[in-house]
Design a protein around this ligand. Sequence first.
Ligand code: MLT
Length: 202
Amino acid sequence: MKHIFNKGTDSTRPTLLLLHGTGGNELDLLPLAGKIEDKASVLSVRGNVLENGMPRFFRRLAEGVFDIEDLIFRTKELNEFLDEAAERYQFDRDHIVAIGYSNGANIAASLLFHYQQAIKGAILHHPMVPRKGIDLPDLSGKSVFIGAGTNDPICSPMESAELQSMLESANAKVKIHWEHNGHQLTFAEVDAAAEWYKQIFK
Ligand code: MLT
């Protein structure tokens, strides 16, 4: 997968996996990584799917309607890419924290839904429930921050709360943070995520 890897100065820190939103690329979230943790290695990946020229991490059939077969395939592809990247760049495969926005948050959530060992935790900015009707793996020991919007037109508050409850039922520790700026990612939300991260990944 097309990506950027920036080696950090402290290899004991988690590697930050950055996953952009629809139409974005691997450059978009780099400024966020510095706000979360300045010593960590950063792996920023570009989604392999194109929708009218816009990169995404998996196909959708319509706004908010996911192509589940492609979601499953692309989640596996990303998980395997993480195996390869850890080997190639020599970072700890079991110490990855994903930071995703929108479509990137959805594939990060999908990693949690499908693979017990894919990531250690995640900051999900405006995610949806990636898939319904499946049993999640045991997510004990995983920590997840959800940045949600009370007036997000793409991900309703009900869906944000549903994602929180599904992750909690699988034993993940979840913090949900509410903003009132639609689907936008705001500085206030990034600051809240950074605050949470500092407490969880001391
Ligand atoms: C998705 O397709 O993953 C969500 O609808 C969010 C987005 O617009 O990317």
